[in-house]
Design a protein around this ligand. Sequence first.
Ligand code: MG
Length: 308
Amino acid sequence: MNRRDFFGAGAALGVGLAATSLTAGASAQTTEQMDKRAEAKLRICSQVGPAPGKDLAEKLEKIKKYGCEAVEFGGDCVGKGEERLKMCQDAGLEIGAICWGSHNGDLCSEDESKRQPGIDDHKAAIETAGIMKSPGVIYVPAFNGQTKLTNQEIRAWLLEFLPPLAEFAKDCGTNIIFEPLCRYEAYFLRQVADGASIARDVLEKAGIETGIGVMADFYHMDSEETSQMGAIISGGPLLKYVHMAGGRAEPRRTYPGENSMTFVDGFRGLKYIGYQGFCSFECGCAKEDKEQAFQDSIAFLRAQWEQA
Ligand code: MG
């Protein structure tokens, strides 16, 4: 393809031609209206794994005791929505996202026979998220090695199957949430803006305003983004969820505060967009005393929020 053909193909696809409702909405606001710092809240959540405690009941108790507002479950909660909701309500907790993943990349497989079963299972996860009043189902189109499709092919296919699924999520009161990952885990969807732009296109195609969005993971952002604040602002109103872990420095991907990575820059972004969703621990622990480390990390994050 020569340069002229390249630009011709872009025009045929409508790339860059239409002012989107998202950017049009942003342009209509004043600088003061764009600054939503007064509305922002740090609402800490934890996946089950990183929380201290010997079993689920004890973990829920400690998550609540140390000031978190919610717990995040993995895909094992699908079909158990009522039961998990009751358990968490009894513990005084809300429910974060369902960390569902890629379903082995089936939804974006080059083997088309694998796609529909994956889409059906995603739908079941969305239904459970709705029952649990969860903000959404975390979705990774494919980890490295799970599909032979190219970036362009994956994006085009997402725009085919996601609009009705996003509409279903909207009707369930929840969202599909893209998770951008570092290049060591996925070549497709590495930056928050990538996920946000695909979510925007899905919403436009479906003619809806919610039902799909993106999340920011501090560990992955540390490898892929030049500015955590900039990345989060690029997600804007499409940013539905946050994962927290220390970044690339040793000890890698452990509790925030255990390595040298600061959260102040990213928290400035969350404040600016008026983020009120959950920030959830997805990390290991480098210390012997996990219960103390959990409390120390929460204190560290609250101090970083104040500083931001
Ligand atoms: Mg994550």
